[in-house]
Design a protein around this ligand. Structure first.
Ligand code: PEP
Ligand code: MN
Length: 338
C-alpha cells in the first residue's frame, strides 16, 4: 500500500502514520518528493486491508494499493526518476554517466594508465573487478583486497569514482569500504542472500541483470535491496542468452524503455558484455543513449591482448577516446549531455 500524505503534511503526522504502519506489522519506507511525501507500507499482502484505516488519520490524503509485485522499485510509489548522488556526480540526471575501465584489476600500471586515459576522455567512474565471478575455477579470479587497493590508488590519482563487484556476502563490508558504487554481477542477480546484504549498506548499488532473468524478476531482485532500506540501486542491462551465437549475449535494449516505464531507478547499459566484441561496443553504446540509458558501463584496457579477462570485448584507450567524442553529439540530440 502507498500512503499519500497531503501537500505540506506536518512532520508529526508523518511520524504518526509511520508508527501506525509499524504497529500493523509492516515496514515503512518514506519517500519524500518535491510536492509531497508518500509512505510505502510493505509486508504481508494478506492483512493489507487493515492499512486502509490509515486514510482517516490526520495529514493523510489517500491509501492506495501498489499493484506491481515490485513495490518500492515501481513508479507507482515514486513517479519521478531517482537521481543517485555519488559525491558530486549524479546518476539519473541530465548527464549520461560513463563508467569505464578494465574487466579485471591486474596491476598498478594497468589501472593508473587506464584511469588517466578514461578520465581525459570524459568518463567519471572507473570500473574494475577485484573479485571476479569466473565461469572456470582455473582462470584468473581477481586480486581481491590487493585489487581494491589499486582502485583506491587510481581514485586518489584521478578523482574518478570507483565501481567494483562483490561476489560473496562475507566481503560486502570490505568492498563497500573501498567502492563508491558496489556492483552485483549477472551471475548473482538472484543471489538473494547477497542482495539482502547489500541492502543493508549505505552505498549505491549497480545491479546487473541476470543472463536469463526477465525484467520482472530483475525488478524483484532490486526490490530485495530496496526492501532492506538501501534505495540507491541502478539497473544494468548487460545482455541475455538467446539462440544467437554471433555475439556473446544479446543486448536487450528493449529493457531500457520498459524499465524507464516501470521503475524510477536509473538505467545503465553495458554494451561490452552485451556484445562480447569490441567492434560492436560503439554502435550499441550509441543506441543505448538514443533509447534512454542514464549511464554506460564500458570495458577499456590499455593492452586488450594481454588482459586477464574479457580482452576481446575491451576497447583500447584511443578507441575509447574516439567513441566518447562520437557519443557527445548523440547525447545532445536526445536532450542529454556527457
Ligand atoms: C563484469 O562487469 O566484468 C562482469 C563480470 O559482468 P557480468 O556480471 O555482467 O557478466
Ligand atoms: Mn568483464
Amino acid at each position: 500500500m502507498i500512503i499519500v500524505m497531503k501537500m505540506g503534511a506536518r512532520e508529526e503526522h508523518i511520524e504518526e502514520v509511520i508508527q501506525r504502519v509499524e504497529e500493523f506489522g509492516y515496514k515503512s519506507h518514506v519517500i519524500r518528493g518535491t510536492q509531497r511525501t508518500v509512505i510505502g507500507a510493505v509486508g504481508d499482502e494478506r492483512g493489507k486491508a487493515r492499512l486502509q484505516s490509515i486514510e482517516s488519520m490526520a495529514g493523510v490524503e489517500s491509501v492506495v494499493p501498489i499493484l506491481q509485485p515490485f513495490k518500492l522499485a515501481s513508479q507507482e510509489v515514486k513517479p519521478s526518476k531517482t537521481v543517485i548522488k555519488v559525491g558530486d556526480l549524479e546518476i539519473g540526471g541530465k548527464a549520461v554517466v560513463v563508467m569505464a575501465g578494465p574487466c579485471s584489476v591486474e596491476s598498478e600500471t594497468q589501472m593508473l594508465e587506464t584511469a588517466q586515459a578514461v578520465k581525459a576522455a570524459g568518463a567519471t567512474v572507473l570500473r574494475g573487478g577485484a573479485f571476479k565471478p569466473r565461469t572456470s575455477p582455473y582462470t584468473f579470479q581477481g586480486l581481491a583486497e590487493e585489487g581494491l587497493k589499486l582502485l583506491d590508488l587510481a581514485r586518489a590519482a584521478t578523482g574518478l569514482k570507483i565501481v567494483t563487484e562483490v561476489v560473496n556476502p562475507a566481503d560486502v563490508e570490505l568492498v563497500a569500504d573501498y567502492a563508491d558504487i558496489v556492483q552485483i554481477g549477472a551471475r548473482n542477480a538472484q543471489n538473494f542472500a547477497l542482495l539482502k546484504r547489500v541492502g543493508e549498506i549505505r552505498k549505491p548499488v549497480l545491479l546487473k541483470r541476470g543472463m536469463a532473468t526477465t525484467l520482472k524478476e530483475f525488478l524483484m531482485a532490486a526490490e530485495y535491496i530496496l526492501s532492506e532500506g538501501n534505495y540507491e540501486v541502478m539497473m544494468c542491462e548487460r545482455g541475455i542468452r538467446t539462440f544467437e551465437t554471433s555475439t556473446r549475449f544479446t543486448l536487450d535494449l528493449n529493457a531500457v524503455p520498459v524499465l524507464n516505464k516501470l521503475t524510477h531507478l536509473p538505467v545503465v547499459v553495458d554494451p561490452s558484455h552485451g556484445t562480447g566484441h569490441w567492434e560492436y561496443v560503439g554502435p550499441m553504446a550509441k543506441a543505448a543513449i538514443a533509447c534512454g540509458a542514464d549511464a554506460l558501463l564500458i570495458e577499456v584496457h590499455p593492452r586488450p591482448e594481454e588482459a586477464q579477462s574479457d580482452g576481446v570485448q575491451s576497447l583500447k584507450l584511443e578507441k575509447f577516446r574516439l567513441l566518447m567524442e562520437e557519443l557527445r553529439p548523440l547525447a545532445a540530440a536526445v536532450g542529454r549531455r556527457i
